[in-house]
Structures are given as C-alpha cells and as structure tokens.
Design a protein around this ligand. Structure first.
Ligand SMILES: [Zn+2]
Length: 313
C-alpha cells in the first residue's frame, strides 16, 4: 500500500470514529459554548448563534452602604426601602442581542434588571409566577412570559429547557423561609425589598450539543437532580452552603461529576465591576476548587472573572 492510500485510510478511520462518537452521543457534534460572567448569578451563554441570559443583574447597586461597599465607590447608597433603578447606560453597553432570559428567583439581585432588558430586547423570559407578575407590572406582555413552577421540560426551536424545582440559600444561618408570592400583578416601580423570592428554580438548558445546569442559589433538592448528566455546572458557591450537609459531595455526585464546574453567585455584588473580588476568590473559590479536586479529580473548575468569557469545547 503506498503512502497516500495509507493516509487516505487513516483519514477515513478518523471520519468513521467521529461519526461513531457523534452517533453514540445521539446528537449533533457539540459546538463550543461561550459563557460570560455578568457577576452575581448572571451569565450570558452563547454558541455564537443563539444567546441566553441567566439572572442578568448588572446594576450592582451600592446596597445599604455598610460592610461590603467601598468608600471608593462614589455612587449613591441604595437602601432596601428605595425604589430600584436600573443602570440603563451600563446595561446598554453590555447587553445587545438576547434570544431568551432565564430567571431563577425574583430577588432583586436576579430579577431587578430584567424588566429593562426584556423591554429593550423583546426577549422572552422563563421564571416563576412571582417573577412573571413583577415583569407584567413593568409592562412586559404575556406573550413574552413563560411562567413555570418546576417540572416542565419545554422544547423550543433552538434549545430545550428542563425547569427544576429548587430551594433558596439557607440565609440568616438557616433561619430563612419566605413563602410570599405575587399571585397578582404588584404595583410598579418596586422597592428593592419588594423583589421577593417567590420560589426558586434551577434550569437544565440543552443547546449546541451541551447540557448546562444552572443554579441561582447555594442550595438544591437532591432528588430533583437525580439522573441529570450536565457537562457544565454553574455551581452556587458562597458561604451559606457551608452549613449544609456535604454540599459539594452531594452536588457533584448527583450531577454525575460534570466535566466543567464554574462557581456562580460568589462575588460581592455591592461593588461595581471594576473593583477587585480577590477577597471572595480567596475565601470562597480557592477552598471550593480544592474540595472539587479531591471529590472529582477529572472535573475542571474554572474561576470566572467579571465580564470575562469562558469557552467550553
Ligand atoms: Zn435570593
């Protein structure tokens, strides 16, 4: 067999192997996903063609003006009894094309910028009844809203999403439970404190050959995640999960030790983007990364930076 026939056969072999692997995967070959961290639990995820936003909280108001804020941040202090005002200039500079918005729960640091973004882009929003009623208060029409409670598995043209019932972080050292919901449309504008939780969700988003499991809180209902096989997990990492039983072990095990884990909701959201988050990285992310390396050595933990983009093949 001469050299070029051998080469041809080798090429055919590679093509066959690729076809087999694609066939085994049961779906088209995965395209790279780009995940841009918007801070807090906020993400932009795109395959270059289709773009979703998750909990896009961009205003990062100087809440309460106490611990966690910086004297170098010259913006006005915002208290919980103030009406929430989005930083529309900043949002306009960062958010252009959006095809879909996912909201985990209706607290201000997840939902409060969504009325402006939904109105500006016309992007549909998936969220709880409470989140949707707040968006209705700001004039977002019903056709743009997909109210869900968890358990839905919806097929759309370019993606599918399984909505997963979840629970909120165990705030106040586990003395937290807020059962309030908006079953009717509240009056806009809302004060910061009027962005109530309204129940918590997770999402399994399937697109471009990837399965991304998103979290908006540092807690989860283990049985609701059984059988899921995400290749990317946006894992809630903060201090409040430390009081939960074996959080890291249970989360990684029940999600089948994802290939890529990216911590979310770990930063100090009272500070604008340009401020250092090194304290949070040192306190929360480095110990988390070390623990994941112990539990699941083959998992890659990627530490995100504000407005930095992570590409996952
Ligand atoms: Zn919350």
């Amino acid at each position: 067999m001469n050299h070029w026939i051998k080469t041809l056969n080798a090429v055919k072999g590679v093509m066959l192997l690729t076809a087999l692997l694609t066939g085994l995967g049961g779906m088209a070959q995965a395209e790279p996903l780009e995940l841009t961290y918007l801070g807090t639990a906020g993400w932009k995820i795109t395959d270059g063609d289709f773009t979703v936003l998750v909990d896009p909280y961009i205003s990062r108001v100087k809440l309460d003006g106490g611990p966690g804020t910086s004297p170098e941040d010259t913006r006005p202090v915002v208290s919980r009894s103030d009406y929430f005002v989005s930083d529309t200039l900043l949002i306009d500079s960062l958010v252009t094309e959006v095809d879909f918005i996912f909201v985990h729960h209706a607290h201000f640091d997840h939902l409060a910028d969504v009325p402006y973004i939904a109105r500006k882009t016309g992007a549909p929003v998936i969220g709880t009844e409470t989140a949707c009623n707040i968006l209705r208060a700001y004039g977002i029409p019903d056709e743009q809203l997909y109210p869900v409670r968890g358990g839905e598995d919806y097929q759309f043209e370019q993606f599918s999403v399984r909505v997963i019932p979840s629970i909120h972080s165990a705030l106040n050292n586990k003395h937290y439970l807020d059962s309030r919901t908006y079953t009717e449309v509240p009056e806009a504008p809302l004060r910061v404190s009027e962005f109530i939780e309204g129940g918590s969700l997770m999402f399994l988003v399937r697109f471009s050959g990837h399965e991304v499991l998103t979290m908006g809180s540092m807690n989860f209902v283990e049985r609701e995640l059984e059988g899921l096989r995400p290749d990317i997990l946006l894992a809630g990492v903060n201090q409040s999960q430390l009081g939960l039983y074996n959080y890291n072990e249970r989360l990684l095990k029940v999600t089948n030790y994802p290939r890529v884990v990216i911590p979310t909701h770990w930063d100090n959201f009272r500070l604008p983007y340009r401020f250092s988050q090194q304290d949070a990285v040192t306190l929360k992310l480095l110990p988390f990364k070390e623990d994941v390396a112990r539990i699941s050595p083959q998992t890659q933990v990627i530490i995100p930076t504000h407005l930095g983009t992570i590409s996952v093949e």
